[in-house]
Design a protein around this ligand. Structure first.
Ligand code: 13P
Ligand code: SF4
Length: 365
């Protein structure tokens, strides 16, 4: 109980900092008490007060592998919904996956429903007569992953997209890449496919916005989806950094648009961006184009280097940010009370085909 002299003047609420400090203490105590039972996974975009409690932090690929290797009965996933679904599919029946806030989704994943993708598939494959390999970025629903698994395709993450695309090109000349057009375009271009051989399918337009001739000439069909956070980085941002800091390196996530990636010195997953900054010599100046929590952590971690955001604006993933310490505490308290809440469970009928696509990814990478 907070003593009255610690109250804010004119308020019945305790000071925010103290409330947060109490919350963190209680998380620490519960985590210790439940150590045999609970594993906490945290994505790199989580806030520091969450990552401080993560047993593993990583990019989507590393966290999938950590989930697959886990044995604890409860896995608390501090990330977004598609990550928790993936973890659920990669863990055993007796393990429960918990997302501390069920509203923590991914706007890009929401841009491709399986019904829309099915309609596109009919068109692009001419009702199954034309050979196309589907790939879905891991930022997608379990239903879309299941569709891809059923149609001979695989899942990719930003760290293994090149390997998965190369594998898919060995199966068919044409690919259908969902839902991130930028990751698809950047990956295929890096593998030598000209931009002119790619076209965007937009489900909001008749025929996906494609001319009949494009159905013949296109090699890579890209779903129109994108990440609001990464699409916020622009060519003007790169130009401004080059002008102000000619010695700077620009490192971005491949969810940024192609023009930005092409103008940068490096593009890679969150894990790869961390490695890039870690391995840069002391004194380096690096503008990083990704979510702000990760950039700020890198700035603090490497005081001998000048690390800053590529954008002058706050590029925050607001859904990742929904996982607050208060939500983590509630998740732990519910487990301690024997009534875990916010479970994420993929329906059995989706699990098998989605796992097929996931296992293909793990085998390829
Ligand atoms: P990473 O797999 O690179 O961590 O990316 C996940 C993501 O959602 C980036 O926006
Ligand atoms: Fe989704 Fe973008 Fe947030 Fe990543 S940063 S979880 S792609 S909305």
């Amino acid at each position: 109980m907070t003593s009255p002299e610690k109250m804010r003047p004119g308020s019945s609420c305790p000071p925010a900092a103290e409330t947060r400090a109490e919350c963190l203490e209680r998380i620490a105590a519960l985590k210790q008490r439940l150590a045999d039972e609970v594993l906490i996974l945290g994505h790199h975009y989580q806030q520091d007060d969450i990552l401080a409690f993560a047993d593993h932090s990583g990019d989507s690929y590393a966290l999938s592998k950590a989930a697959a290797a886990s044995h604890q009965r409860r896995v608390i996933f501090c990330g977004v919904h598609f990550m928790a679904e993936t973890a659920d599919m990669l863990t055993a029946e007796h393990q429960a996956v918990i997302l501390p806030d069920l509203e923590a989704g991914c706007s890009m994943a929401d841009m491709a429903t399986v019904e829309q993708v099915r309609t596109a598939w009919e068109l692009l494959t001419e009702g199954g007569r034309r050979s196309v390999t589907p790939i879905t970025y891991i930022n997608s629903s379990a239903a879309l992953k299941a569709f891809v698994g059923e149609h001979g395709g695989a899942i990719c993450t930003s760290s293994n997209a090149a390997k998965v695309v190369a594998w898919a090109l060995g199966r068919s000349e044409r690919l259908f890449f969902c839902p991130d057009q930028h990751l698809g375009r950047n990956t295929c271009h890096a593998l030598g496919i000209p931009l002119g051989r790619m076209a965007v399918y937009d489900p909001r337009l008749p025929g996906g916005g494609l001319e009949p001739a494009q159905l013949e000439t296109t090699q890579i069909f890209l779903w129109y989806g994108y990440c609001d956070v990464h699409q916020g980085f622009t060519l003007e941002d790169v130009a401004a950094v080059r002008l102000e800091h000619p010695e700077a390196k620009v490192a971005v996530h491949p969810e940024c648009c192609h023009e930005v990636v092409a103008a940068s010195d490096f593009a890679g997953s969150t894990e790869a961006l961390i490695r890039f900054v870690t391995e840069a010599p002391v004194g380096s100046v690096i503008a990083v184009g990704t979510e702000i929590n990760l950039v700020q952590r890198l700035t603090a971690r490497f005081p001998g280097k000048r690390v800053f955001s590529l954008s002058p604006y706050q590029c925050l993933c607001s859904t990742m940010y929904r996982i607050k310490p208060e939500r983590l505490l509630e998740a732990l308290e519910a487990i301690a009370a024997g009534e875990p809440k916010n479970l994420v469970s993929v329906p059995r009928e989706l699990r098998r085909p989605a796992l097929l696509a996931l296992e293909r990814m793990l085998a390829i990478s």
